[in-house]
Design a protein around this ligand. Structure first.
Ligand code: ADP
Length: 178
């Protein structure tokens, strides 16, 4: 894989939305091999386990792969992102930017990562207009309140969310963000 430009798209993906998929699809125009790195992220108290989040992404990535013909891998990760990126033989971190609200956190993280690993560049991509404002947190809230989440997630993810949050009032829904 030495000749392939490899990039890492890290996130919590709790769960993967059409916004994430839009970014993943765009990433394949920037890199030859994309590793979607699913963070354990206990701090965000995810609704779905790491295994569930990885499984949902794998299912979605399999569909995208057929369309794009690019290499998309999904891997769980814990610990320092820069180490994960280095170990994966990657030189790029890819992140999505939504509104200005994302900027400060992303700016700080990029600055810190570039101190930790000066050889790794961070590239920001934006989703198309109708995907730009989708957030996992709001999708979970809408689903919990009985709203239609069809425009925001795949049918597979919608099913998982409805199972977890729908009907029964969403018992056990933690105060996660993302
Ligand atoms: P994290 O906990 O790392 O923010 P998320 O799963 O919330 O994980 O997001 C992963 C990445 O995807 C982040 O760079 C985030 O800004 C980006 N992202 C999420 N939703 C969208 C969207 N609708 N459009 C563009 N980028 C997005």
């Amino acid at each position: 894989m030495a000749n392939l430009r490899t990039g890492v798209y890290p996130g919590t993906f709790d769960p993967v939305t059409n916004g994430h998929l839009d970014i993943i699809s765009r990433c394949t125009r920037v890199v030859d091999r994309l590793i979607v790195a699913v963070a354990v992220n206990v701090g965000k108290a995810p609704l779905f386990t790491l295994e569930e989040r990885v499984a949902m992404l794998e299912a979605e990535a399999a569909e995208l792969k057929a369309v794009k013909g690019a290499i998309i891998e999904v891997a769980p990760f814990e610990g320092l992102l820069t180490e994960f990126v280095g170990n994966a033989g990657a030189s790029l971190i890819l992140r999505g930017l939504r509104a200005v609200s994302d900027f400060e956190y992303e700016f700080q993280m990029t600055g810190m990562n570039s101190q930790l690993a000066p050889d790794i560049e961070t590239v920001f991509l934006t989703a198309s207009g109708n995907h730009q404002f989708i957030s996992s947190r709001l999708v979970k809230e809408i689903c919990k309140l009985g709203g239609d989440i069809t425009p925001f997630v795949s049918s597979g993810v919608k099913m998982r969310l409805t199972e977890r949050l729908g009907q029964d009032g969403g018992g056990g829904y933690p105060q996660g963000v993302g």
